[in-house]
Write a protein that binds this ligand. Structure first.
Ligand code: MG
Length: 379
């Protein structure tokens, strides 16, 4: 390779994007770049490099030890935060590719989107938020930015991953929860893919774990309609195979609905650039009827799964562990790793403890609780 030009026979990133992407897709060449400028790579575009940085960072690998909805106590079938993330990336790429958006950016955003989750999922997040109530609170979306800009180490000269502004900005719109915030189409793709993914896999996990019965779920219009299609195609399916076919079709149906609704509107939009699309009032999503059916499924999952007594029990244990550990470190900062003792000098002891706890996997958090709170070796 010579400088930042690709060798003969290889496509440059700009050439590839020019041939494949829609006018309203974000282009690598138009990126607002990185806080610390870097020479472009000859054949890996800026968003591809972001994806690889996320994939190779410590916080990403730790997602394998973090629960999505169910803890490891319930076996090994259900999703972890890592497998959830891969499912989101896969569905997001399908949507992004079909709409001729920038798949590299979509993938980087998807792999990054949940990287800030603390141990024990939303229960852990709520516990940390309470611990830090007087110190700015805690949100997993914000913590993803702290990881990317501060805590991850890969350069000797500066902290963080030095991701592009587009990936960081996409994550910032998640922090603000602002549905009205101007978001690149690629960011919208990941948001909708995230929601399609958890609707489908939480349904799958809840049925597989026996928390809800398929018969009960089939009273919801979205599930009922989907099952009707599955049964028309394969009348003999039952048990596990029926459940798997339902999950497949739930995803397919929702992805198709998004594409059928958004594709023609985008084609007719006349958007000439990614920026034009971003600042318009176009929002990626399914048609209103499917959006309502989807909301109904989500209300059901909230009541019957996320608020299931067994999950509430796990939630209580997780919160107790995190809060007790928080107190242990606050009383005796010397128990923190040296790195977080030093960090406390910049961000305050509470925030530094929160950052340390948020980085833990479920199992490590449990071990630390056994050791530091209960005083056993945990062996
Ligand atoms: Mg997610």
């Amino acid at each position: 390779m010579d400088g930042n030009q690709p060798s003969a026979g290889l496509w440059s990133i700009a050439e590839r994007e020019e041939r494949l992407l829609a006018p309203y897709a974000m282009r690598g060449a138009d990126s607002r770049g990185r806080r610390r400028p870097e020479t472009e790579h000859p054949y890996r575009g800026p968003f591809q490099r972001d994806r690889d940085r996320v994939l190779h960072c410590a916080a990403f690998r730790r997602l394998s030890g973090k629960m999505q909805v169910f803890t490891g106590e319930r076996g090994d079938y259900h999703r972890t935060r890592l497998t959830h993330t891969h499912e989101v990336a896969s569905i997001a790429r399908t949507i992004g590719r079909a709409l001729r958006l920038n798949e590299d950016l979509v993938e980087a955003l998807a792999l990054f989107h949940d990287i800030g989750h603390p141990p024990f999922g939303h229960a852990g997040e709520d516990a940390l938020n309470e611990c830090l109530a007087e110190h700015g609170g805690f949100s997993h979306n914000q913590f993803a930015l702290t990881l990317a800009e501060d805590l991850e180490q890969r350069h000797s000269e500066f902290p963080g991953l030095n991701l592009t502004e587009e990936v960081l900005e996409g994550q910032r719109t998640r922090v603000k929860h602002g549905k009205s915030a101007a978001r690149l189409l690629e960011v919208q793709v990941v948001d909708i893919a995230d929601s399609i993914t958890y609707d489908a896999h939480d349904t799958d996990d809840a049925v597989k774990l026996g928390l809800v019965a398929l018969e009960e779920l089939s009273q919801l219009p979205l599930v009922r309609e989907t099952l009707r299609f599955v049964r028309a195609r394969s009348p003999r399916l039952d048990g596990n195979l029926l459940r798997k076919a339902l999950v497949h079709d739930l995803i397919d149906r929702q992805v198709s609905a998004v594409l059928e609704h958004a594709g023609p509107r985008l084609a007719a939009s006349g958007f000439a650039t990614a920026d034009e699309a971003r600042h318009s009032d176009f929002r990626l999503g399914p048609d209103a009827a499917l959006a309502e059916e989807k909301a109904e499924l989500e209300r059901f999952l909230y009541k019957r799964v996320y608020r299931h007594p067994e999950l509430l029990r796990v939630r209580a244990v997780a919160q107790q562990q995190l809060m007790a550990l928080f107190e242990v470190f606050r009383r005796d900062a010397a128990k923190l790793p040296v790195r977080y003792q030093r960090r406390a000098e910049q961000v305050g002891i509470e925030r530094s403890i929160g950052d340390y706890l948020a980085g833990m996997t479920d199992r490590f958090c449990d071990q630390q609780y056994q050791q530091l709170v209960l005083g056993s070796s945990g062996a």
